[in-house]
Write a protein that binds this ligand. Structure first.
Ligand SMILES: C[S@@+](CC[C@H](N)C(=O)[O-])C[C@H]1O[C@@H](n2cnc3c(N)ncnc32)[C@H](O)[C@@H]1O
Length: 263
């Protein structure tokens, strides 16, 4: 498994933080709502010597990695790592009553999560059809494929995967699951490849289906909707929040939220 994750938009995030530091004199508190492998957190800690960071991740393996790799920063009280979904930001913000200068959300999965076959995120790597970022969640992707009705599956793939016509795949899932449960990633991606083929797409036909299942299993869109208003309230006056999105639906939620803030 790869332990590396190259932080996205690293320079841009550092630039935002630097501008803010110039305005405030120095940065005191930041919240990294999606710690991952801590690339952004490290950049912030290195550039702002008096900064303290509270970092969350719902994946306990990310927090365990952080505690090991950032042992010195944690011991010095500069980094507090919390295994939590940013959905519960309201509780975490009590750790910083004066408010955060800077808040970062870098949404989605990390490379180590994608590259670990046992996490079940990748349609290329054979592994259990899991896809939970937080392993204490009750429902895996295999459970969804087993229990959801055909109508629900169509809705998941259309709304979250933006698959225009998922009907044939859903019918094939419904018929195959009567014979044998779907337990692994390649079993599902193989079915999608067989039914949808590679027609005209420049990417694997399972890409959008897997994305939809992952968003559904982790309730990724719902938790962003919950967290954004709490995050804004957790900023100190003049503070800044940066949100890095990958998926167009996440992007829409964030942009609509920002539009509403302007009113
Ligand atoms: C794209 S990675 C972040 C990478 C990080 N910025 C870095 O530089 O290493 C996203 C991380 O956020 C975590 N995550 C996603 N949704 C979350 C949520 N709702 N609450 C807490 N953590 C979440 C994932 O488990 C993953 O580790």
């Amino acid at each position: 498994m790869s332990e590396n994750h190259i932080p996205v938009l690293f320079d841009e995030i550092m630039e935002q933080a630097a501008e803010l530091a110039a305005e405030f004199g120095e940065l005191s508190w930041a919240l990294d709502a999606t710690f991952g492998r801590g690339g952004h957190t490290r950049g912030l800690l290195e550039r702002h010597p008096r900064l303290k960071v509270i970092a969350l991740d719902q994946d306990p393996s990310a927090i365990a990695y952080g505690k090991e790799t950032f042992a010195a920063e944690t011991a010095a009280g500069r980094l507090t790592l919390v295994a939590a979904n940013f959905e519960s930001l309201a509780t975490v913000r009590e750790l910083c009553p004066a408010g955060f200068d800077f808040i970062l959300f870098d949404l989605g999965v990390s490379s180590p999560q994608l590259d670990s076959p046992e996490r079940g995120f990748s349609f290329y790597n054979q592994g259990p059809l899991d896809m939970r970022m937080d392993p204490s969640l009750k429902r895996t992707a295999a459970d969804v494929i087993r229990d959801a009705s055909e109508e629900e599956l169509v809705q998941i793939f259309r709304e979250l995967g933006e698959v225009e016509r998922p009907y044939k795949v859903v019918r094939a899932i419904a018929s195959d699951r009567k014979l044998k449960p779907f337990v692994d990633t390649v079993q599902l991606s193989g079915l999608i490849e067989r039914v949808d083929g590679w027609a005209k797409k420049g990417f694997h036909p399972a890409t959008q289906y897997f994305m939809a299942l992952r968003l559904f299993v982790n309730r990724e869109l719902e938790v962003i909707e919950t967290a954004l208003p709490v995050a804004v309230e957790s900023l100190r006056p003049g503070g800044r929040m940066a949100v890095i999105t990958f998926h167009s639906l996440e992007d829409r939620i964030v942009k609509q939220f920002l539009e509403r803030q302007r009113v």
